[in-house]
Design a binder for this molecule. Sequence first.
Ligand SMILES: CC(C)(COP(=O)(O)OP(=O)(O)OC[C@H]1O[C@@H](n2cnc3c(N)ncnc32)[C@H](O)[C@@H]1OP(=O)(O)O)[C@@H](O)C(=O)NCCC(=O)NCCS
Length: 179
Amino acid sequence: MPDRACTAAKKGRVPDAAMTELSQEKPADWWEVEALFDLCFVPGREALSSYRLRDGTAPLGDMCLVERDEAGILGGAVRSWGVAVGGAAAVLFGPVAVHPTRQGEGLGALLVYRSIEIAKAAGWQRMMLVGDASYYGRFGFRVLPDVMMPPPTNPARVLGLDLQPGAWAGARGSVTKPA
Ligand SMILES: CC(C)(COP(=O)(O)OP(=O)(O)OC[C@H]1O[C@@H](n2cnc3c(N)ncnc32)[C@H](O)[C@@H]1OP(=O)(O)O)[C@@H](O)C(=O)NCCC(=O)NCCS
């Protein structure tokens, strides 16, 4: 777990990574994860423009994570996809969701931090998402003023994180499926 997450864990904001097991999503998990996303997001989530970048493209398997409690009940999940931004490769993080009965325990933060860790280890240079800066700012995500998601997307919700120093400085333009 990154240092920042360890500090947060000590403050009780992120569950102890040793106690909270995240595993890679398996094919048998697919529909249960879909049901969790349906529960946690507005109806019609698949009409969102970010889904047009996911249609017909497999997610990044090593960045599709699930958390189950000791009874096997799904508590949280995340999936991420590869995209291109003006020719530069990036991770499109999300969707991420935590079951309403488990929210506020730090599970969301653990899913974000672990995804960042895996992406860095896999050699990705930059990560982006469409979401609330008020939540993702704590992980270092900032508005990407020069990056355009397919419309309609509120530009204030297009956020990015450098996985390598300065990685977003040279990446701008429209977000597309990877070539
Ligand atoms: C967003 C989500 C994944 C966070 O999961 P979580 O496990 O509850 O998050 P954490 O426990 O790590 O963090 C909780 C903190 O984040 C805050 N938070 C949650 N969603 C937020 C949002 N959209 N904007 C700002 N802050 C938010 C909570 O108020 C809480 O604040 P606190 O630490 O000051 O008490 C979860 O609330 C969820 O599934 N929401 C519905 C789906 C969704 O919106 N997904 C993200 C799409 S951008």
